[in-house]
Every structure is written in structure tokens, then in C-alpha cells.
Design a binder for this molecule. Structure first.
Ligand code: G3P
Ligand code: CA
Length: 326
């Protein structure tokens, strides 16, 4: 099927807000999603985890704990909640290593679990505004924003670019099929086909794990994107059999060339994907200084950007401004 929203009608690459406008506000908070919406992002990017009672929640990791110890920030960088490891600062009564799947949704709500920013240097947001959302909350919120705040000259509805996370973990350790749960939620909202999604809320399905993409390919015609990271080989022709696009780590767009004054050269990945009919949506621009082109990789992604079809960014407003004006 042809996907009506496969390409951005604005004629620039899609700006996909990575965990919302997460460069400024806590990952996956409603505030972060609203900011991305008003910044003009084309998509917000929910990561999915599952509670004990089968509720899809929008969180990056299966484990919720984070560390207050700066030394641990690398290890726990993605796990930013007020459930901390240090006993002095444990706000959350925890059991079983703080896995989302060890708690019911109600228990999570009652625990007072809060999301906080990954970036200490960008300000420690840490209060009751930042409660976790279910996928259903995120869908309701985006439907509301799109319906109630129409803006002139806006040719699109801000959609959801949903990532199934920890697919193998849930299947093997918890006997839970995250893709199936996602399909059921989309069906409940009348969003399970591309025709329906195009009218209400554009949806992409992305994953590092092929399983859930294959599941979606057999169930629906929603567009799917295979996420890729640079330490693995991908058979692009095979990927085209179940995915409409590739989501490579940004470093995969370049080859590091020692002979040539240590410059990065384009790797031709974009061209190869395009030749096979796949879209390319690299991840992730994480530095707002990209506006001033002071981050080498970010700058190069931006210059390569004319060839890509979308980009994940934590600063949707400045990314959009570069894409519109370069
Ligand atoms: O979809 C791109 C990106 O979100 C994948 O990495 O770890 O931030 O979910 P991660
Ligand atoms: Ca993600």
C-alpha cells in the first residue's frame, strides 16, 4: 500500500522529537510532548514498556531506577526517574530491581513515580508535573493537541513514531508480546491501518528488533522502520521485505577516513536505501549547539540532511529551523 504520510508534505525531512523535546524537558513527559508539538515537530517518539497488568507505558527502559551518583550516569543515563539507587535518596518503595513489569499501572501511579531529565547540565526538573504516561494517555494527548490547536499553514497532524522496546525480554522472560499489545491499543483507537491513521494521527512503528516489525507487516499496512546500530551488519534487501524505512544510528551515515585528514565521508547508506525504495530516518541529534554548527557530527548530519527523509532530534525547534533555512 502507498503510505499517504510517508514523505513530509512540507518538502523537508520529518522532524521526529526523540522522547519529545527531551533536550529541554524530561523524556516522555506530557510537557516534553507538548513542547515538541508547539515547536512544530512532525512526530513525537514514544518508547514502550509493559506493566504487570499489561498496560503499555511510555518509558525508555524496562528498569526504572536511576542513579544520583554522577559516576553511574553513563550506565543509568537513560533511566531517569525519581526511583534512585542510592538508599538516601530512594523516593520509591521498590522491589525486584524496579522493573516496570513488576508493578501494575495503578501501583506506579500511587507510588508517585516521576520522570526527570537525562541532562543534569540542562536543569534538574523533578516535580509532580512529570508523571509517566500510558501509551493511551499519549495518544489522547496528541489527538487533543491536533484537534484543539489547529494552526494556520500547518499541513500535517503531529503523529506518533512508536518504538517497541525490549521485545525479546518481554517475550522470553515475561511471556508478553509487546507488538500484539500495541496492535490492540491502535485498534481500540481506530488507528491500526494507514488509511485510518492518516485521517486521525499519523503512526510509524519502529524497532531494533525485527520480530515486532514482522508482526506488524503481517497484521497491518502501517509503515515500519528497522532501527540499526553500527556494530551490526544489515542485509538491506531483506530489510525491505518487512520495513518501509531504515533508522540508522547517525554514525552509519559516514565512514571515518584516516587518509583524508580524519574526515568523515558519506557512507552511501542513504543512496543504497533509496535505491531499494526505503526511507532513511537517522537518530539522534542531541546537541542544541547544532544551530551554531559547533558539533562536528551534528553539523554533518544537517548537511547530509538534504538526502534524508526524517531525523530524530531532542531539539525540534532548532532542527526545524535549520532544515527550513539551509
Ligand atoms: O528511534 C531512534 C532512537 O530512539 C533509538 O534509540 O535508545 O534512544 O530508543 P533509543
Ligand atoms: Ca527510542
Amino acid at each position: 500500500t502507498e503510505v499517504p504520510y510517508m514523505k513530509n508534505p512540507e518538502g523537508i525531512p520529518y522532524v521526529i522529537a526523540h522522547r519529545g523535546a527531551s533536550g529541554q524537558l524530561p523524556d516522555h513527559s506530557a510537557a516534553s510532548y507538548a513542547t515538541a508539538y508547539y515547536d512544530g515537530a512532525h512526530f513525537n517518539e514514544p518508547d514502550l514498556q509493559v506493566t504487570k497488568d499489561g498496560v503499555l507505558v511510555v518509558m525508555h527502559d524496562e528498569c526504572m531506577k536511576s542513579s544520583t551518583n554522577i559516576e553511574d550516569l553513563t550506565q543509568f543515563a537513560d533511566r531517569r526517574t525519581n526511583a534512585t539507587v542510592s538508599t538516601n535518596e530512594t523516593y520509591f518503595e521498590c522491589i525486584n530491581d524496579f522493573l516496570v513489569n513488576d508493578f501494575t499501572w495503578q501501583e506506579l501511579v500511587e507510588s508517585g513515580l516521576k520522570l526527570r531529565s537525562r541532562y543534569k547540565e540542562r536543569g534538574e526538573f523533578y516535580n509532580s508535573l512529570f508523571a509517566p504516561m500510558r501509551l493511551e494517555d499519549a495518544i489522547d494527548f496528541m489527538l487533543d493537541l491536533n484537534d484543539r490547536s489547529p494552526r494556520e499553514n500547518r499541513k500535517f497532524k503531529t503523529g506518533l513514531y512508536i518504538e517497541t522496546k525490549s521485545v525479546g525480554f518481554y517475550k522470553q522472560e515475561r511471556n508478553v508480546d509487546i507488538a500484539k499489545l500495541l496492535y490492540e491499543v491502535l485498534e481500540k483507537y481506530d488507528l491500526e491501518t494507514v488509511e485510518k491513521a492518516a485521517k486521525k494521527l499519523p503512526i510509524f512503528i519502529q524497532s531494533f528488533e525485527q520480530d515486532s516489525l514482522l508482526y506488524f507487516k503481517t497484521k497491518t499496512n502501517l509503515p515500519t522502520v528497522q532501527l540499526m546500530w553500527d556494530e551490526q551488519e544489515y542485509d538491506l534487501e531483506w530489510v525491505t521485505s518487512y520495513a518501509n524505512g531504515a533508522g540508522p544510528k547517525h554514525t552509519m551515515l559516514f565512514n571515518y577516513d584516516d587518509e583524508e585528514y580524519n574526515l568523515y565521508k558519506p557512507s552511501r547508506l542513504i543512496e543504497k536505501c533509496h535505491e531499494l525504495g526505503m526511507q532513511v530516518h537517522p537518530y539522534t541529534l542531541q546537541d542544541d549547539k547544532l544551530v551554531y554548527a559547533s558539533n562536528e557530527i551534528d553539523e554533518m548530519i544537517i548537511w547530509e540532511a538534504k538526502g534524508i527523509d526524517g531525523v530524530f532530534t531532542e531539539f525540534p525547534r532548532s532542527t526545524l529551523s535549520i532544515l527550513k533555512h539551509s
